[in-house]
Design a binder for this molecule. Sequence first.
Ligand code: M6R
Length: 619
Amino acid sequence: MCGIIGYVGKAEATPILLEGLRRLEYRGYDSSGIAVMNGSSDAPIQTRKRSGRLDNLRTLLTEKPAAGHCGISHTRWATHGEPTDANAHPHNDSSGRLALVHNGVIENYQVLKDHLEEDGHVFHSQTDSEVLAHLVGNAYDASNESDPQRRLVEAVREALHQVAGTYGIVAMHADAPGFLVGARFGSPLVVGLGKGEKFLASDVGAIVSHTTDAIYLRDRDLVCLTEDDFSIENVDGDQAEYEVSTVDFTPEQAEKGEYPHYMLKEIFEQPTSIQNAFRGRLIDDQASAILGGLQLTPRELRDVDRIVLCGCGTASHAAMVGEYLIEHLARIPTEVEIASEFRYRNPPLDKNTLVFVISQSGETIDTLAAMREGQRKGHRVLGIVNSVGSTIARESDGGSYLYSGPEIGVAATKSFTSQVTLLALLAILLGRMRHLSVDAGQQLLKELRELPAKVEKILLQSEHIRQIALKYLDAKGMLFLGRQFNYPTALEGALKMKEISYIFASGHAAAELKHGIIALVSEETPSVFIMPRDSVYEKNVSTLEEVKARKGPVIAITTEGSTELERIADDVIYIPPVSECLAPILAAIPLQLLSYHFAVALDCDVDKPRNLAKSVTVE
Ligand code: M6R
């Protein structure tokens, strides 16, 4: 949560920072702010900040421009303190000559703040982050170092040694014009290396239009930047290793293009993103799949006797489909652990248990902590990640990328279908080493290849789905019901609906209805049944009848040809036929479109739903 970007170079910093913030706004949009300085050590730092969306800051900058070639900026997802102007970053120290932006949480901020206040420091915000600005400023003012750049670095280091919690920071001081110091622990930070200009940002997407040469900092790295140079040490002052990577996506990929919202664009990208997830990974002559990044020998894969899949939100729903897939195709006992629970739960894991963490961003703090906990116990933890170069991608013991391209809409869409596709490949790979027949393996490979065309067909129904959404805009709440492979799909459908349209929705295993949930059924509470023609289709029809008998409106998502449902359900959405175990990939798409059209019709901010942020990097 929160996005930060810093710039030092020859160009005007403000437009670059604003553009970077626009690209980072998905990380938080409660407030935004920038601080810039020009080349003179006498000139004070100019700070502009505003609560609310980035446009408010833009307006302020039109009224009160800020010029300079070096600056820092921030878009906030509020943790400590309401989204007010005062709580917006950057924060200053007592002298007003130091400015700092922070992404993360300073857990011991209250104790530190009390001490600082006793020493006469006056705080202007309720944030934990302002404490860092004062700590750095305090150390800077107390230092005897005569070189202002060195002095700032030492001060940052001293301050960071006092804090507990997570941080990605960038700081600058009016005494050291054209000089930025950044550091990270638990929050992402990437350095962009341009010609005569340097960048620091929470996400490479913010700087990719300026440079494709990037260094993904590691925890405890501390970086110093001038327009022509950079150095990386760790916060203890020791030399740190780093690698310059080439960013593998274009700025256009991170734009909405002709679509009104990123979410819609990302829904419509799924024929390609699903293909990218399986491209080059299907081995026809073995009727199997290859996931080279796992870095496991066939013998090691054969020895796996239990699998744990860990993730949060949508990724945990994909993991649940993965559990069904792996147990069904490979017969390996598999469990899903919500990452935030796993990290503290201390579940027993034996030596042949393989742990996977699943994350679109590769930065979700709970998933990262779950990974580290697994590794701490000596397990090999593998990642299924979309963001190349993200912390999970770098720290995991191997894994596979989704190759979905940037997902910017806060609601996860294409990452879900790609995660399930990848888990299907894993299940086929493990299955073919055990009981899965050649015929069954070949059939699944064929069906995987057919998925993109089938997704295209579903997308053609977007208008039909919109018309359905328009009928139910007054819904008091919604139920999403599915069984077996589509129980997780139901959970995912409900999450999408809640998240972007703010309609209360809950997902359930359909047969659970009569164990309590049916009490919610009424004319104002539509039920969405995810019921392709599969082994539990008839059971789902009976449950649907029970809902209709109580006057509950029903939207059914079913397989083409199941026209009999048109007589019982109020609305029907068809998906092409597909094997039961791959059906969640297709069934998720009408659910994404349904929630999207609900949200648009209800005038909700689809790409930036209230209270949320794309990347949850705080606990
Ligand atoms: O980046 P991650 O996949 O680790 O994110 C996990 C969740 O925060 C994410 O899926 C969240 O639930 C989405 N907003 C759901 O649409």
